[in-house]
Design a protein. Structure first.
Length: 129
């Protein structure tokens, strides 16, 4: 699974000579961002070499809200039922889950990472104790 391209463009595996080509999208994104920041400072207007991917605005907030509500209802975000529940402070975590129903889905990135960890731990049948 680590060879799957991440949202930022590169795989999750460590950089090696044999997988340099897999990091090309990430380097392109980083270089494009550097050009954008540099032209913003020099010219006062950001210029990019390549357009940002169309999927940059996804997932939509409505989709995120629905997915997080489903995850909460199935126990993926309920601390006593979570295999990774011992990693989080109960009060703080529950407030983050409650805020997920707010407009704009605050903390969606963090909760998506939590869900990734939780589903991976369930897939390999391990837990944090």
């Amino acid at each position: 699974m680590a060879n799957i391209t991440t949202v930022k463009g590169g795989p999750a595996v460590p950089l090696q000579l044999t997988n340099l080509h897999r990091f090309a999208p990430l380097w392109k994104l980083v270089f494009n961002r550097l050009v954008e920041l540099g032209t913003q400072k020099l010219v006062g207007k950001p210029v990019t070499l390549w357009r940002k991917p169309a999927y940059a605005t996804y997932p939509l907030p409505a989709w995120q809200k629905g997915w997080l509500a489903h995850a909460a209802s199935t126990g993926l975000l309920t601390l006593p039922q979570m295999r990774s529940g011992a990693l989080y402070q109960a009060e703080t975590f529950q407030s983050l889950v409650a805020d997920a129903q707010a407009p704009g889905v605050p903390h969606a990135d963090f909760l998506a990472r939590v869900l990734t960890i939780e589903m991976a731990m369930r897939a390999v049948s391990v837990s944090v104790e």
